[in-house]
Design a protein. Structure first.
Ligand code: SAM
Length: 215
């Protein structure tokens, strides 16, 4: 189920200023069947990087590097992204894109299971983009909050899961019920988490923007 009406998506896409490299990487992601973000989400990530003065980013789920390109290009020259990817072939493709974009110096692709790798990276991060295995969202939440600086932002993708988090909306369900349940439980936790202030947005497949409160 498409969350935002195709006509609205089309209108928003018509406002985009196209960057040829991003367009190429998005097309490649689509042809490989990768569930990457769209330009509306990329633009929002870029706006958050700039608004928060982000210098250090952690991303979970690199795929072919499309979202990391959006994040990396708006960082200052000495900014840094660590992006975690379990699939070495995808990681290699992403690295090639960062080199082609002249951004390889800002991006470290870490290959391995995010469940382990999040304990190998050192915070604090200004922004974390959480877009890996949906069943890891809940188990990783405490670690991600601890890696975030006060005032930093945790952005989580796919929180509407094609509308399947709304009970009874999509029948029969097309997604694995375990994934849907994991995301719904994660959303409940985000909403109740007093360390965070979360805004749930119906952008593309749903985004949660959670700001770590200052003490
Ligand atoms: C939704 S895609 C990421 C899309 C990317 N953020 C973008 O929008 O351009 C999720 C990625 O997470 C990776 N992934 C899945 N499970 C993982 C895990 N346990 N640890 C690290 N990466 C994982 C998948 O291989 C896949 O490439």
């Amino acid at each position: 189920m498409q969350i935002v009406a195709p006509e609205i998506e089309g209108y928003l896409a018509s406002l985009e200023v196209h960057d040829p490299q991003l367009t190429r990487v998005a097309a490649e992601g689509e042809s490989l069947g990768l569930p990457i973000i769209n330009p509306a989400v990329g633009r929002l990530l870029e706006a958050l990087v700039i608004a928060t003065g982000t210098r250090r980013v952690l991303e979970i789920g690199t795929a072919n590097g499309y979202s990391a390109l959006w994040l990396a290009r708006s960082l200052p020259a000495d900014g840094q992204i660590f992006t975690l990817e379990i699939d070495p072939e995808r990681a290699a493709v992403a690295r090639r894109h960062f080199e082609e974009a002249g951004l390889a110096g800002r991006v470290s692709v870490v290959v391995g299971d995010a469940a382990r790798m999040v304990h190998k990276v050192a915070g604090p991060f200004d922004l974390i983009f959480n877009d890996g295995d949906k069943r890891q969202y809940g188990p990783l939440l405490d670690r991600l909050v601890s890696l975030l600086r006060p005032g930093g932002v945790l952005v989580t993708d796919n929180i509407l899961w094609d509308g399947e988090v709304v009970p009874g909306l999509v029948t029969p369900p097309r997604r694995a019920p375990e994934d849907t349940a994991a995301i719904a439980e994660y959303n409940r936790r985000l909403a109740a988490d007093e360390r965070l202030m979360t805004s749930f947005l119906p952008v593309r497949d749903g985004l949660a923007v959670s700001v770590r409160r200052r003490p």
